[in-house]
Structures are given as structure tokens and as C-alpha cells.
Write a protein that binds this ligand. Structure first.
Ligand SMILES: [Ca+2]
Ligand SMILES: [Ca+2]
Length: 520
């Protein structure tokens, strides 16, 4: 019951990008941010005011509140002792004090080593007589260096070794085996129950606000007076539940990334600068968060039951299929949603107001080149080439919304501009009134009302009764196939449209005269 039972625990320093260890975002009772405590500057307690280390940052311990993982960050010092005590009662060094630690470290070489990696290095050398490493239910600890206990080896795997240099002191980040904390204990453990004795008269002993010496651990720095009597903070960290799919560079399908089918209710995190292609009917109900690179939606049901959130600097793009349905979408989280030349339906959770906010971000004055929100790379390419295209949207009235690459005038986003659209435009009774209008009402230029500018946009396409302006082949990434768009001249379109909306135009005229709004 020594090294062989230890679960893998390579040092895993917390970072804001990590899915396995992030510093808790909250504060201590005294109001200190945990991220500030983690620098080691909050809680140096020195036994000698004349020490050159006095006032300098100190070591910290990270406690993962989800996994129970305990890690030591020496912050560059040569530590000659680390003692971590957890108890809800009075601190002592008795093996009978209640506590969560169960791992039987023993005193043999490799007793505390992770099960993976070679050589297993902590404590790998026990050449000197002295105190063995100790683990009681309430305490795990070791002192390093003559004459008390083993020196540490200075060779081994990166992240799986505690010492560098010739002295054998503990000066590298180290993770204890994951089963050091008894299974099931982590959820009930409270950070303040990590405690220190012996230095609690120091003015800093309650800087975190939990009580004297609470949320702390004890350590020593080689060469500093009062070896073993430094006090550092125990900082809570957390792991993100769910699946992290990393594509560091290039493009991988979900199968190539190891996930031929993505399912379950836990969240999924897309990380890395590369692109992940979702080309299966995944049944995931957990949220999908894009934290890096691109997520390509290449199946009509790729994330049909998942709410998708592209964070700043990332892109979610429709690719290779003409349309897809998402369970939900947060298009205002800082990233980009590129609908390409296709259509995206969002089943729930995205209201028309937020949808329009995202479209306004992407609109970029009509160029559709915004750096956040909803864009269309196909519309942007068309506009740049002098072809009037945009992104249309619909509130479907059942909690779902739709947005799509569109020609201005396609009120129902069916890929055609025909009498249905002319009728919708004329029949909305919004023309010239200044009343708030939707895309379906005929507001094609996102100024919120329907007027001659929208009619002009409608007519500019020359697509009336010209058949589909978009084919399935257009829904490829990057707007492949745009050249297949044929703008068929339609001499009759103007007269048809004007006839269709003639009533509204007359209404506008009467209203204008009677209200005098356009006459000084
Ligand atoms: Ca239409
Ligand atoms: Ca308008």
C-alpha cells in the first residue's frame, strides 16, 4: 500500500485557461481575492524580523475543492519541510485527530510518488537517517535534509519531481497523489480547516479572516531562521466538470479528436487554436463553450440540444451543411458566430432582442465584417464583390429564432424573393410609419423601420421571381460556390413590387402630408 496505490498526480499549476485547476474567483472573509493570495504575498509569516526573507512572498498550497488534489508551490524557495494539517477540531500531531488523509505513505523510496512516470521521485532517496514522511488522518508532512529526513532526488520526469539542484530540497511544484484525500471527502472539506499551530501570535496570522492560522499550512525555508516555522496560505482551486476537446492547430473532425459521438449532460469545452469539426448528430445536452480556436458545425444536428457559447477570440461557424439547429446560443459572449451562406436555427434561450444585438455587432455598416456577434463570411464576400447580400432573421414565435445568409427582401428566409415577400412587405403596414419593424416586416437594413431604403434594397437584388439565390452548395465554409449565384434581370420586378406595396406608399404619402413631419 505504498507507491503502487497512488493515483497519477503530476504537478498541475493553476491557470485561468486550465480545465483541471483554476484559482477560485471568490474572496477570503477579509476580502482578499484568492488570486492575490495565490501569489504568496499575502501570508508570509517569519519567525525572525531580521531575516532577509522577511516581507518576501512565500510558498502556497493549492487545494482542489472538486478533486481533493493537494499541490505545493515553493515559489522558488528551497523548502526543507512541509506540513499540511486538516482538522475541524483542535490541531495536534496525533494520529487519532480526525482528518481526511488516508494515503499510507510509509517510508520507502517512492512512497509518495505518483503511479505514472519514471522514476518516481518523492522521496526517492533516503540516504540520511531521520524522521520519515508522516501521514496521519489529520496531517501529511515531511522534513527534508540532514539530519532529519531524506534528501530528494533531482532527476525525474517534468512535473513528477520535487527537487532540482544538488541539495535535494523541495523547490519544484509538486502534487500529492490524488488518493491522499480520502474518496468522497473533498466535497465536505472547508478551506479554513487547513490549520497551523505555533505562529499564531504573528500579526499576519488572521490576514485571510477565517481565524488565527486558519486556511494555512506550515513550511520551512532552508537557511531561514526558524526552519519549519513559516506559514503559507492554502488556496482553493477548482476543476471544470465535463469534457475538454483540444485541437492545438489545424483541423480535426470530432472522431479524429477522439469523440465520434458527444453525449451527456456535462459541459464540453473546445480549447486550442485549431478547428474542431462536429459532423455527427451529437446528443449532448450539456453546454458547449468555445474557449479557443474554431468550432465548425457540419451536421444539421451537431449540437441540437446544447447551448453554444463562443468566448472572445473564438469562432463558431456553419460549414459544409446548409443549415443546423442549436439547442441554444449565446452570440454576445465576445466571440463570432459565422452563419456562412447557410441558416442557423436556435431552439430556445435566445430572444429576438439579444439576436438583434448580436446582428448589430456583426453588421459593421453593412459589410458583415464585425469582430464579435453574428456575421456571415459569405455575405461579407458578396458585399465586397458588389452583390447585395446580408443576414436575415426570424422570431418564430415558439421560443425559437432563425438567422440566415439572405438577399435583402427574402422576408421568410426561404431562399426565394417572390410574391410572398412582396406581399409581406406591403402587408406589414409598417411602410413609412416609422413603427418598429422586424426583418419579416421588411426592415432589411437594420435601422428598425420599413421605408424606401428597404424597398430599394429589395429591388437592388434583381432576384424577384428569379428562383433560389442560394443553393445548398453555398453552405460550404468560406462561401464556396458564390460564383454560382445568378442575378437574373427581372424587368417586371419593380412594377410588381410597387403595385404590391402601392397602398402602403399612398398611406405614407397621406400620413406625411397630414403630419407634416417631412415639411418644415
Ligand atoms: Ca422568400
Ligand atoms: Ca429599414
Amino acid at each position: 500500500m505504498v507507491g503502487g496505490s497512488a493515483l497519477a498526480a503530476v504537478y498541475d499549476p493553476p491557470s485561468t485557461a486550465s480545465s483541471t485547476n483554476q484559482i477560485s474567483s471568490g474572496t477570503t472573509p477579509s476580502g482578499l481575492q484568492w488570486s492575490a493570495v495565490a501569489t504568496g504575498t499575502a501570508l508570509p509569516i517569519r519567525t525572525s524580523a531580521t531575516s532577509s526573507f522577511n516581507g518576501q512572498p512565500g510558498a502556497v498550497v493549492y487545494f482542489n475543492t472538486l478533486t481533493g488534489q493537494l499541490q505545493v508551490d515553493p515559489k522558488g524557495y528551497d523548502l526543507n519541510g512541509v506540513i499540511i494539517t486538516y482538522t475541524s477540531g483542535t490541531v495536534n500531531i496525533s494520529g487519532t485527530t480526525p482528518g481526511p488523509f488516508t494515503y499510507a505513505t510509509g517510508t520507502a523510496t517512492n512512497a509518495w510518488s505518483p503511479a505514472t512516470g519514471t522514476p518516481k521521485t518523492f522521496p526517492a532517496i533516503q540516504t540520511l537517517t531521520g524522521l520519515p514522511p508522516t501521514t496521519f488522518a489529520a496531517r501529511v508532512g515531511s522534513t527534508i535534509g540532514s539530519p532529519l529526513s531524506p534528501s530528494l532526488t533531482n532527476t525525474g520526469d517534468v512535473g513528477n519531481i520535487a527537487s532540482t539542484g544538488a541539495t535535494g530540497f523541495w523547490n519544484l511544484g509538486w502534487s500529492f497523489p490524488l488518493n491522499l484525500v480520502a474518496s468522497g471527502s473533498a466535497a465536505s472539506m472547508q478551506i479554513q480547516n487547513f490549520k497551523t499551530i505555533g505562529q499564531n501570535s504573528n500579526a499576519n496570522a488572521n490576514i485571510l479572516g477565517y481565524g488565527l492560522g486558519f486556511a494555512t499550512f506550515q513550511y520551512g525555508i532552508n537557511g531561514v531562521t526558524g526552519n519549519g516555522n513559516q506559514v503559507g496560505a492554502v488556496v482553493p482551486t477548482f476543476a471544470l466538470l465535463g469534457i475538454t476537446i483540444n485541437v492545438g492547430s489545424g483541423t480535426q473532425t470530432q472522431t479524429q479528436a477522439g469523440y465520434p459521438l458527444i453525449s451527456g449532460s456535462d459541459p464540453v469545452f473546445k480549447t486550442g487554436a485549431g478547428a474542431l469539426v462536429l459532423n455527427a448528430a451529437n446528443t449532448l445536452t450539456g453546454a458547449t463553450s468555445v474557449q479557443g480556436g474554431k468550432l465548425l458545425l457540419s451536421h444539421p444536428s451537431a449540437l441540437q440540444s446544447s447551448t453554444v457559447t463562443p468566448l472572445a477570440g473564438t469562432t463558431v461557424a456553419l460549414s459544409a451543411v446548409p443549415q443546423t439547429t442549436l439547442g441554444g446560443l449565446n452570440p454576445n459572449a465576445g466571440g463570432i458566430v459565422d452563419v456562412g451562406s447557410g441558416k442557423i436555427n436556435v431552439t430556445a434561450g435566445l430572444n429576438a432582442t439579444d439576436l438583434k444585438t448580436a446582428l448589430a455587432k456583426g453588421l459593421a455598416g453593412g459589410a458583415w465584417t464585425g469582430t464579435t456577434g453574428i456575421v456571415s463570411s459569405a455575405a461579407a464576400a458578396s458585399v465586397a464583390g458588389g452583390i447585395p447580400r446580408t443576414v436575415g432573421w426570424l422570431d418564430n414565435g415558439n421560443g425559437s429564432v432563425t438567422f440566415a445568409f439572405a438577399a435583402p427582401g427574402d422576408t421568410n428566409l426561404d431562399g426565394l424573393i417572390d410574391v410572398l415577400d412582396a406581399t409581406a412587405l406591403a402587408g406589414s403596414n409598417k411602410f413609412g410609419t416609422g413603427a418598429a419593424a422586424t426583418w419579416r416586416d421588411g426592415d432589411f437594413n437594420y435601422d428598425g423601420c420599413v421605408d424606401m431604403l428597404d424597398v430599394a434594397a429589395f429591388l437592388s437584388t434583381n432576384l424577384y421571381n428569379a428562383g433560389s439565390y442560394n443553393s445548398a452548395s453555398l453552405a460550404l465554409a468560406g462561401g464556396n460556390g458564390l460564383s454560382t449565384v445568378v442575378a437574373v434581370p427581372e424587368p417586371a420586378s419593380l412594377s410588381i413590387l410597387l403595385a404590391a406595396c402601392g397602398c402602403a406608399c399612398l398611406f405614407m404619402t397621406r400620413r406625411t402630408f397630414s403630419s407634416g413631419r417631412l415639411r418644415p
